[in-house]
Ligand binder design. Structure first.
Ligand code: DHB
Length: 404
């Protein structure tokens, strides 16, 4: 049993959440609305999370949930609704009109802003979140009294006693390692490229996102504000950031979007440069005893198509529903539903992210046949209504199954 002498405080709550990124905080918010208390902890400081650039596209359903569940309506003022994207290849632009094809849109609203809104909502609603903790331990997950221990930034040691522990601790999750090795399966796919991401101070180069495929590789032209833009280009996973001067970056980006229409990016000073590695990953099961995994802790996708955050927020929507039932008298049996309801979307998103990545990137060592075939596939996507409809439907997301 708990050795309470080893800690400075012991707190009991129904749900302990390891990881206070968007998934952990959205779960805390949804539980809090239903009167269920939780404590969320994170090894990162609030400032660190707020200033780490992540993806920027939200499905309309996710945007609606942020507003309708009372997180914040800031997205309606500061976000941008996009009714389509542009694909560029062979030097030509092709618009995919989501609204016309599937009656949907997406929102450009950076993940950092989603986090800022969720953290502010926790403050406003009196939720407990501890940032900057260390030495996190999750204990007794196969019992009905799991515990989480951590050291606060001031060096004091704390214990949370909960009925359920949620591992929302991201792509380098410690929680997922609590499922014994011989009882878990990890499905992984590595890619022979990464993204070089930049932030630049410049006006937008295009009204919507531009996904470009050229024989030199992929580029994505995204946005942040009227004066700040986010762009990415495909690079080697071991590319040293320092090898890239601003001039070299702009030359690379311009070459990848160049075309017969004379399209040019508006250049400006670059104030952030990062190489972002990625992979496809799923761990099953998503539940072990009294512990449940959500978001990147259970699955990651390559960034093309911006599924990651959307998927994480869908996980916690299903998880909140299941936890409320479990705590509301149904017992742990209610958790049985979680994985099957979450996984269908997870594998759909895995397929879409893999498909869109392969559609737009050039594989190192590819032959002229490979590139010609790829142009043929792109032509099939933009040149048929079924192709455009498929992309539009997948990019804008699938409805959540909130009931079993
Ligand atoms: C962004 C990132 C993505 O991976 C994507 O597909 C679209 C946009 C972004 O950071 O803005």
């Amino acid at each position: 049993m708990a050795d309470a002498a080893a800690v400075d405080t012991v707190t009991s709550v129904p749900v302990a959440i390891v990881g206070a990124g968007p998934a952990g905080l959205m779960l805390a918010h949804l539980l809090g609305r239903a009167g269920i208390e939780s404590i969320a902890i994170d090894t990162r400081t609030r400032h660190e999370i707020e200033t780490t650039q992540r993806a920027g596209i939200l499905e309309a359903d996710v945007a609606r949930d942020l507003v309708e569940t009372g997180v914040s309506d800031r997205i309606l003022r500061d976000g941008d609704e996009h009714e389509g994207i542009e694909l560029r290849f062979g030097g030509r632009p092709y618009r995919i009109d989501f609204k016309e094809l599937v009656g949907e849109s997406v929102w450009l609203y950076p993940q950092t802003d989603v986090f800022i809104d969720l953290a502010a909502a926790r403050d406003r609603d009196g939720g407990t979140v501890h940032f900057g903790v260390r030495d996190t331990e999750v204990l007794d997950v196969t019992s009905e009294q799991p515990r989480v221990r951590y050291t606060a930034p001031d060096g004091t040691r704390h214990e949370i006693r909960a009925r359920y522990v949620v591992g929302a601790d991201g792509s380098r999750s410690m929680c997922r390692g609590l499922v014994p090795e011989d009882r878990r399966v990890r499905y992984t796919k590595e890619y022979p490229f990464a993204w070089f991401g930049i932030m630049t101070e410049a006006p937008a180069s295009a009204p919507e996102l531009v996904y470009a495929c050229s024989e030199h590789g992929f580029a994505l032209i995204s946005q942040r504000t009227e004066t700040v833009q986010r762009m990415y280009f495909q690079c080697d996973p071991d590319e040293p950031v320092d090898a890239w001067s601003d001039d070299r970056i702009w030359a690379t980006l311009q070459a990848r979007v160049a075309g017969e229409d004379g399209f040019r990016l508006t250049e400006g000073p670059i104030f952030e440069k990062t190489v972002l590695r990625f992979r496809s990953f799923v761990q099953e099961p998503m539940r072990w005893g009294s512990m449940v995994l959500a978001g990147d802790a259970a699955h990651t996708v390559p960034p093309t198509g911006a599924r990651g955050l959307n998927l994480a927020l869908h996980d916690v929507k299903v998880l909140a529903d299941v936890l409320l039932r479990a705590l509301g008298g149904e017992g742990a049996g209610a958790l049985e539903d979680y994985q099957s309801r979450a996984l269908q979307r997870v594998w759909r998103a895995q397929n879409f992210s893999y498909w869109m990545t392969r559609l737009l990137h050039t594989a190192p060592g590819g032959t002229p046949f490979d590139f010609r075939r790829q142009l043929g596939e792109l032509d099939n996507v933009v040149g048929t209504r079924a192709g455009r409809g498929y992309l539009a439907e997948q990019y804008t997301g699938w409805p959540t199954r909130t009931s079993a």
